[in-house]
Design a protein around this ligand. Sequence first.
Ligand code: ADP
Ligand code: MG
Length: 228
Amino acid sequence: TEELLRQRDKLVLAGEMAAGVAHEVRNPLTSLNGFIQLIHETDSKHRTYTTIMLSELKRINDIVGEFLLLAKPQSLHMEIGLLEKVLSDVTLLFKTEGALNNISISLEPFQEPAYIQGDTNQLKQVFINLLKNSLEAMPNGGKIIITPKTTEDGFVDIFIKDNGVGISKALLSKIQEPFFTTKEKGTGLGLVIIQNILHQHQGSFVIYDSKINEGTTVRVRLPVINIS
Ligand code: ADP
Ligand code: MG
């Protein structure tokens, strides 16, 4: 419990920092980007520099974007819908990027319709972050399989299985900490965002199974709404 509390405190702190910094940084960033873009297009002499500046700015922008996601949304827009729709939308979103990286993504059919109550965009974000991680774990291509399963006690489980690099036992306890990343360009916020969103939906997330060089399976669990 103490460990959980410590985790929770860290999440809250990270969220507050995120909100503050991200909002302040957004505007100057946009104007900086605009002017550098202008120089980039009009001044060929310094293009080597402006190219780097633009790509570094994009990097900052990506990080700020993740910070903003981490900041607690003012109000969740909760609606009842089919989880299948959320998943097929997100899968479609990654089809091209997957294909470009030699990665196939397949969504297995639902055995029965799973209605859930949630904020569609936030829920999409959960699966976007997870698919991103799977893609990034497979630099030489591979396969992602998304399998839904309804449980006996009113939940729907979504398993996302990749055959990527896997996660070592030693790292398993660390990867859900804010800012922990093994990637050169990672922020270490993806899983934190997932935890936050699922917490707000009475759901949960676990690394279900992972083996080095074989792959990882994660499980997202959400309560289903009984429509009858
Ligand atoms: P980031 O992706 O920015 O590193 P995340 O919070 O999304 O941050 O993930 C934290 C770490 O968890 C990653 O750096 C990686 O080491 C590990 N990880 C998460 N998902 C996977 C996966 N599917 N396969 C291998 N490692 C993973
Ligand atoms: Mg990530």
